[in-house]
Design a protein around this ligand. Structure first.
Ligand code: FES
Length: 198
């Protein structure tokens, strides 16, 4: 009697395991059994099992769909990124995949692009001046603050679509943005220049 009880428990556990695996595979689209049929009191256990296996599948990309070009590049695996192209003074282009939330100045520095950033993003210079090459993208940026405008007024080669690279933060709408780096910068912070307050 004791033995038969043990074997019943064993069979029950085996069925549980089978259902957990099935629901995980359903998530990947390999099995189409309606998930709702497993919504039993043991749902919580199955959900945990599903989440665990799902995480494993995702981590190892065993069943996930291929990532788009803007998802994973240059060691940014796991982070959402956008495509940004820097164009230097000689017209040379460099395309980067920049994680959402990162400034263009940081992205440039991480990828050996010559964009100065003398004040380290404290809005006390204009050496991170970039020109947004497409007005459509320029219009997607947050409006510059008064402090940024003050610094931009001092920038070399100011244009209608100029911004400070340290103030342009990667966000999904900016995917595909192109930024030109001016031929020269003025480093007033280092030269000791203090802009007049307005
Ligand atoms: Fe100085 Fe951007 S690095 S304002």
């Amino acid at each position: 009697m004791f033995v038969s009880r043990i074997s019943r428990i064993g069979v029950g556990m085996f069925k549980q395991l089978g259902r957990g695996l099935c629901t995980s595979l359903c998530r990947t689209g390999f099995l189409q059994t309606p998930y709702i049929q497993y919504w039993q009191p043991q749902f919580k256990t199955q959900l945990e099992s599903k989440m665990f296996l799902g995480a494993l599948f995702q981590k190892h990309h065993l069943f996930s769909t291929p990532a788009s070009g803007s998802d994973i590049v240059d060691g940014s695996e796991g982070k959402e990124t956008i495509s940004v192209t820097f164009v230097d003074k000689d017209g040379e282009e460099k395309n980067l995949n920049v994680p959402i939330g990162m400034s263009m100045l940081e992205a440039a520095h991480e990828n050996d692009i010559e964009l100065e950033g003398a004040c380290e993003a404290s809005l006390a210079c204009s050496t991170c001046h970039v020109i947004v090459m497409d007005v459509e993208y320029y219009n997607k940026l947050e409006d510059p603050t008064d402090e940024e405008n003050d610094m931009l007024d001092l920038a070399f080669g100011l244009t209608q679509t100029s911004r400070l690279g340290c103030q342009v933060i990667a966000k999904p709408e900016l995917d595909g943005i192109r930024l030109a780096i001016p031929a020269a910068t003025r480093n007033f912070a280092v030269d000791g220049y203090v802009p007049k307050p307005h």
